[in-house]
Ligand binder design. Sequence first.
Ligand SMILES: [Zn+2]
Length: 317
Amino acid sequence: MLTSASAVRDDGPATTQSISQNAPGGQGKGAPGKGAPGNAAQAEAVAPAPAPAPPPVVTPRKNYTYKSFNVDGNYIAMTFDDGPSPETTPQLLTMLKERGIKATFFVLGNMVAKHPEVLKMIADEGHEIGSHSWSHPQLTRISQAAVDKELGNTSEAIFQVTGKRPMYLRPPYGSMKPALRTYIEDKFGLTIVNWSVDPNDWKFRDSQKVHDAIMAQAAPGAIVLSHDIYPTTVAAMPRILDELIAKGYKFGTLSDLVAMDKSPKVQLVAALPNGKPQQAQQKPQKPKPATASAKPDAKPAKPAASAAPPQRAGGVY
Ligand SMILES: [Zn+2]
């Protein structure tokens, strides 16, 4: 949704446009810019409440893993994995609320079972909720029956609390295979979403590093990965969010950005070889992610092979 920044100025058509573009789902703030500059016809009308526009149906791409979006404008999606946590998630929710930012939370089923009230808070504040499996296994390494349990039980747990089943799955470690992706899409209606910005916050547990990495890699259309279960990550967020706002970024949930997505960057790159030298990096308008944008896309593509998962201490997370 909107940053408070854009909600403040209501003088230009551009702002108004982005507000309406961003409106789906959140009726909270959007309205102020509406019909601002002289609309005589409307002024006279009786003002019967116009039926609120139903949220647009978002149709994610099939057989596709989202890592970033190709959008007009400096939209970015903040995503938070491994929660909900009763200690840190509510703090983050306050930070997001203060700034009018909507984000996406990829929750673990076992955490939802333990802290349903925190999930409810997330949902009530208008954030999007995705599945991150029940117990954080590498889905490519467990049986199909185990996958069914991991994803089925998590979707069900989310549904029990929020009344909605998740549309997106972030596979633990980003680990996925095309055949499994198709299976999961067909069986659970889950679209796979990885990321383009990874601060490795779970590894460093250092607010400054989280800040620096996100600021260096942020780009229009980016999907930012981090974890709302680490105090160091949550502590870094106010500064990160404020600096992103200052750079002109606007924030949306995954569904917001899916709805705006024009074409996958992969195709964009493929189409270019005969033409221009610079491809996806051309897109960014204001912020200058030039150097950074090359790396992040590469990262999730390589779900660290054998040794990686055990590093994620604690099993559950
Ligand atoms: Zn995770």
